[in-house]
Design a protein around this ligand. Structure first.
Ligand code: UT7
Length: 332
């Protein structure tokens, strides 16, 4: 039986920093309000000519280099994004594959918003366990600044740009294997967080300028409440199902949407401060990129050791959610 091992991580954050102070000059907000309600201090913004695939390529190149696996052996590439280079086609995954010179891959995008990375991890795990693929590159990449309305203080303070990537490989050693992944969705909450214009469901004439704008709209407070409720249940469930205790988790890596959501879920699990990975202050919410960017921070700080157990959790538009129990298993 083949198992799926999480071999390596890489990430990229664009250079340009957008501070709370700068946002307070654009909309009616303040550094104090943003920090108190979200924990965010700044976020990164991609250059005008820098695309989602450009960022994904940089993160992926690092993940490949750190994996010890050769490019020619990568047989699948999945990209999670809600800000693709092109809205219909080609997929951002195919663009990333060509920029990286990966010529022998199955490549496609998935749309699960901020839960995207957990979703692509689960797809990679399934393909490997089914024996269909051996080395899968998964990429969460977002240029959310391209779909953010910088006149809406309810959303523009939250989001940033960036990318993260990982290599998931087949192994016969069960001790290296991703233990479990839970994913879920409930479309009855679709209107809480959406980009209402530009798709086939758009109320506008598709040639209309307004219809081509794909800005995000969010009912923040309602989303917040469903997020805390759903995530708390989900993480407790995945730990209980697998008979794992909170104290067995080395790194709790939540989606970085809001410090208050992370704290509420961490407290429900009685997580100690040192177990919880926090990047929300410096990157804000980078949707599908947020979890791999956070794992990369732990890796680059030298604190992610082989065999250590990560608990991932995410929540986002759809609504979608997911959690995963993932040992870090670099090639020996
Ligand atoms: O990543 C995927 C999922 N997304 C999330 O999980 C995001 C979830 N939601 C949130 O993080 C929070 O709901 C927000 C940070 C978006 C908002 O915080 P909140 O504590 O839920 O505030 P609220 O929406 O209940 O608004 C409270 C007040 C309102 O004013 P009034 O009606 O009390 O006078 C808002 O108009 O705060 C006002 N407000 C702001 N004030 C200053 C809303 N946004 C801002 C702002 N600056 N940026």
């Amino acid at each position: 039986m083949a198992y799926a091992a999480f071999r390596s991580i890489g990430a990229y954050a664009p250079e340009k920093i957008l501070t709370n102070q700068e946002l307070s000059e654009m909309v009616d907000t303040s550094d104090e309000w943003i920090v108190k309600r979200t924990g965010i201090k700044e976020r990164r913004i991609a250059a005008k000519d820098e695309t989602t695939s450009d960022m994904g390529v940089k993160a992926a190149a690092l993940a490949i280099e750190r994996s010890g696996i050769e490019k020619k052996d990568i047989d699948m590439l999945i990209c999670a994004t809600i800000s693709p280079d092109y809205f219909c086609m080609p997929s951002t995954a195919t663009i990333i594959s060509s920029k990286l010179g990966l010529n022998n891959v199955t490549a496609f995008d998935i749309s699960a918003a901020c839960t995207g990375f957990v979703y692509i991890l689960s797809i990679a795990k399934a393909f490997i366990e089914a024996g269909m693929k051996k080395n899968i590159l998964i990429v969460g990449a977002e240029k959310l600044s391209a779909i953010t309305d910088y006149t809406d203080r309810g959303t523009c303070i939250l989001f940033g740009d960036g990318a993260g990537a990982a290599i998931i490989s087949a192994t016969e050693d069960k001790s290296e294997a991703i233990i479990d992944i839970h994913t879920g969705a409930d479309g009855t909450f679709a209107d809480l967080l959406m980009t209402p214009n530009g798709g086939s469901g758009s109320a506008h004439d598709s040639l209309d300028q307004e219809a081509s704008s794909c800005f995000m709209q969010m009912k923040g407070n309602e989303t917040f409440k469903v997020a805390v409720r759903t995530l708390t249940k989900d993480v407790v469930d995945i730990l209980q199902t697998n008979n794992i205790k909170s104290e067995d988790i080395n790194h709790f890596v939540p989606h970085q949407a809001n410090y208050r959501i992370i704290k509420a879920v961490g407290d429900a699990l009685a997580m100690k401060e040192e177990q919880v990975v926090l990047t929300v202050a410096k990157y804000g919410n980078t949707s599908g990129a947020s979890i791999p960017m956070a794992i990369n921070e732990v890796y680059e700080s030298g604190d992610l050791k082989a065999g250590e157990l990560m608990l991932l959790d995410a929540f986002g538009g759809g609504l979608t959610w997911g959690s995963a129990l993932v040992p870090f298993s670099p090639l020996k």
